[in-house]
Ligand binder design. Sequence first.
Ligand code: 13P
Ligand code: 13P
Ligand code: MG
Ligand code: MG
Length: 370
Amino acid sequence: MKATVSLIKADVGGYPGHSSVHPALLETARKKLENAKKQKLLIDFHVLAAGDDLQLLMSHSKGENSSEIHSLAWDTFKAATEVAKELKLYGAGQDLLSDAFSGNIRGMGPGIAELEFTERKAEPLVAFMMDKTEPGAFNLPMYRIFADPFNTAGLVIDPSLHSGFRFEVWDIMEHRRVFMNAPEETYDMLALIGAKSRYVIKRVFPKEGQKLPSNEPVAVVSTEKLYQIAGEYVGKDDPVAIVRAQSGLPALGEVLEPFALPYLVSGWMRGSHNGPLMPVSFRDARCTRFDGPPRCVAAGFQLSNGRLIGPVDLFDDPAYDETRRKAQEIAEYMRRHGPFEPHRLPLEDMEYTTLPKVMEKLKSRFEKVE
Ligand code: 13P
Ligand code: 13P
Ligand code: MG
Ligand code: MG
């Protein structure tokens, strides 16, 4: 059977500040989705949280971009916003950018990662949810999972992945995309995706002739750019991703392996700082120090005829303790730079800036240097 897994998320109010999601919002969302499950619109669902982002993970048979599923997500966020307003949570309704919803949630504020595929005999998948960073934060792990033999042993030793994968890369400034093959075009692809604030990996596909159908994506990342949509600061578009694993794909442990490095991402305080990405358990998905550091949770599932069997809190594991310790060390080191780059982002990447006002004030005092 073909199943669709949709992970749709929004920040509809933080508690307190931008740190976490209030339990009443989770409860409101669960009720809404439970109702949709009763009415057979959803096969299954889980409501989760990462930092201050409310996460709706839904399985169904409606395909990607279904107006019924998107409407359900939108209505759920709307209902949660009402609760957030009543509790005066921080930035209630922050990510719902318009009242004019017309059936597709894309470009409306929430982030979306959707995958439609033929369910295999056993179908392991991981939902990754990050807070206090941007979609390009997934470039490094996606590259490492599907293209780096030092991460994924299967690329070398498993005949079913040996030919590599096909990547769909978006240029989010110009709203265009390019498909690239790894390993053949690895160096060209890295030239793009290393510039992670502009070029982002959107999807990964098996290649023609592999074990899995080449037209069904095996990984997807949410790539909505909130500040571009709104033309003003409305919060970093904390990204999510879904990755399938095993049997012709990287093993679960190969999917999780890139997160053993607390690599640097942009976001953190006011969406304007570089800092380490720290993999954490669900209970530690709360952004505190300097509104961070940026975090990632991983919810593991086996799909069974569309039912989401799980979640397993995959980073709730002492195997990631050393990564978290290292992340603290990097956070401390970065913080000591205060307002200086490269802790603070370069001017063009900041979400907040006083520079135009400062320049206006100093305009008449600037003088020519001979
Ligand atoms: P099993 O033999 O336990 O299925 O493991 C195979 C594998 O791919 C581990 O990464
Ligand atoms: P969020 O994007 O998670 O709401 O965080 C915004 C912010 O400014 C944190 O300092
Ligand atoms: Mg927030
Ligand atoms: Mg957030």
